[in-house]
Ligand binder design. Structure first.
Ligand SMILES: NC(=O)c1ccc[n+]([C@@H]2O[C@H](COP(=O)([O-])OP(=O)(O)OC[C@H]3O[C@@H](n4cnc5c(N)ncnc54)[C@H](O)[C@@H]3O)[C@@H](O)[C@H]2O)c1
Length: 312
C-alpha cells in the first residue's frame, strides 16, 4: 500500500478520492485550508490511515517535509474555475501555479506525481474534429493559463508524473459544486423548471467524479506503464452539445422547459469534442453515464438544499 499526499483533498474531487484511496488501504494525508465545505472529510476521521492538516499548501517547508514522507503526490489545491480566478487573481497564481513551482523544487526521485488539469485549454475546436493530446492548447482564462503552465512544469521538471486533462466533471461529491455545467443545469432545472441556453450548439465533454477517482486508482496500479505522459480524461459517449445535454435532462425531468436565446453570446466560448483514445488504449475507460449522473443530481438538488455550494 502507498503513502499518498493530496493537497486540496477536501474539495469536490479530493473528498471522493480520499474516500476511495482509504477504502483500498492506502495511507492518505491531506493539506487543505477547508475554504468551502468544512465537513467534506468528516466521515474519514475515524480511519487511522487518514490525516488532515488544515494549512496552506503554498508553505514550502510544510510541503517539503510531507513530500519526503509520501510516495504519491496529488496536488489538487487550486482556485478552480475562470470566474473565481478572475476575482482573486493573485491567489489564483500563487495557489494554482506557485504550489506546483514549489513542488518541483522539493520533489525527490522516489516521488510519483499525478496532476489534474482541465481540457478547456483546447478552447474552440474544429468542426467534425476531435482534440487529442497533440492539439494546440490556447487557454483564454487566467484559470486555464495557470493550469496549463502547471502542466508544463510537471512535465518538464518532475521525473515521475502522469498528467490528466479533464473534461468537465459532474456528479455527487462530499463537497458539492453546482457551478460545473451538468451540475448547474440540473440544479437550475430542479429550482426553476426552466433552462435558458445561449449558443446551444457549443460542444462540450464530461466525466463523472467517480470515474476521475477510478482513473487515479488505475494510475496508481499501473504507474510505470502510464508514466511521463499526458492523457485526456473524459467519458467518450459524453461529447455532446449543450442543447443535447438539456434534452437529456428533460428526459428525466419532464416539466423542464428549454428556452433558446438567439443573438446572445455565451461568455464561455468552449466548443470542442475530445478524444480519450490514448488512455483507453492503456486500459482505462470512463463508464458512468450522463443519464445516471443526471438521475443522481436530480435527487440531490430536490432533497438536500444545503448541497448547493458554488466556488464564487
Ligand atoms: N472539477 C473539475 O471539473 C476539474 C476539471 C479539471 C481539473 N480540475 C482540477 O482538479 C483539482 C480539484 O478541483 P475541484 O473541482 O475538486 O475543486 P475544489 O474547489 O472543490 O477543491 C479545491 C480545494 O483546494 C483547497 N485549497 C485552495 N487553496 C488552497 C491552499 N492555498 N492550500 C490548501 N488548500 C487549498 C480548497 O479548500 C478546496 O478544498 C484542481 O486542481 C482543478 O484545477 C477540476
Amino acid at each position: 500500500m502507498s503513502k499518498i499526499l493530496i493537497t486540496g483533498g477536501a474539495g469536490y474531487i479530493g473528498s471522493m478520492l480520499c474516500t476511495k484511496l482509504l477504502s483500498l488501504g492506502h495511507q492518505v494525508t491531506v493539506v487543505d485550508l477547508l475554504k468551502y465545505d468544512k465537513g467534506s472529510l468528516n466521515h474519514l476521521y475515524f480511519n487511522r490511515n487518514f490525516k488532515l492538516i488544515v494549512d496552506d499548501a503554498r508553505k514550502k517547508n510544510l510541503i517539503k517535509n510531507l513530500v519526503n514522507k509520501n510516495d504519491y503526490i496529488i496536488p489538487l489545491a487550486a482556485l478552480v474555475g475562470a470566474p473565481l480566478c478572475e476575482k482573486f487573481k493573485k491567489d489564483a497564481i500563487s495557489t494554482n501555479l506557485g504550489t506546483i513551482q514549489t513542488l518541483c523544487e522539493v520533489i525527490t526521485k522516489k516521488n510519483k506525481v499525478i496532476y489534474l488539469t482541465t481540457n478547456s485549454g483546447y478552447g474552440i475546436g474544429e468542426k467534425g474534429k476531435y482534440c487529442d493530446e497533440n492539439s494546440p492548447l490556447n487557454p483564454i482564462s487566467l484559470y486555464g493559463r495557470t493550469k496549463c503552465d502547471g502542466e508544463d512544469l510537471v512535465r518538464n521538471k518532475i521525473k515521475n508524473h502522469v498528467c490528466f486533462r479533464l473534461a468537465t466533471v459532474f456528479g455527487h461529491s462530499y463537497r458539492m459544486r453546482s457551478d460545473l455545467l451538468v451540475n448547474n443545469f440540473v440544479h437550475t432545472t430542479v429550482k426553476k423548471k426552466r433552462l435558458t441556453l445561449f449558443e446551444p450548439h457549443f460542444r462540450r465533454n464530461f466525466i463523472h467524479v467517480r470515474d476521475v477517482v477510478n482513473a487515479i486508482e488505475f494510475t496508481i496500479k499501473n504507474f510505470n506503464r502510464l508514466k511521463n505522459n499526458v492523457y485526456n480524461l473524459g467519458l467518450s459517449s459524453a461529447n455532446i452539445s449543450k442543447i443535447m445535454l438539456a434534452r437529456k435532462i428533460q428526459k428525466h425531468f419532464k416539466k423542464l422547459r428549454i428556452k433558446i436565446v438567439k443573438n446572445r453570446k455565451d461568455p464561455d466560448k468552449r466548443d470542442y469534442f475530445v478524444s480519450n483514445k490514448k488512455i483507453e488504449k492503456k486500459g482505462f475507460k470512463a463508464t458512468i453515464s450522463l443519464d445516471d449522473g443526471i438521475i443522481e443530481l436530480i435527487q440531490i438538488f430536490s432533497n438536500d438544499k444545503n448541497r448547493i455550494i458554488n466556488n464564487y
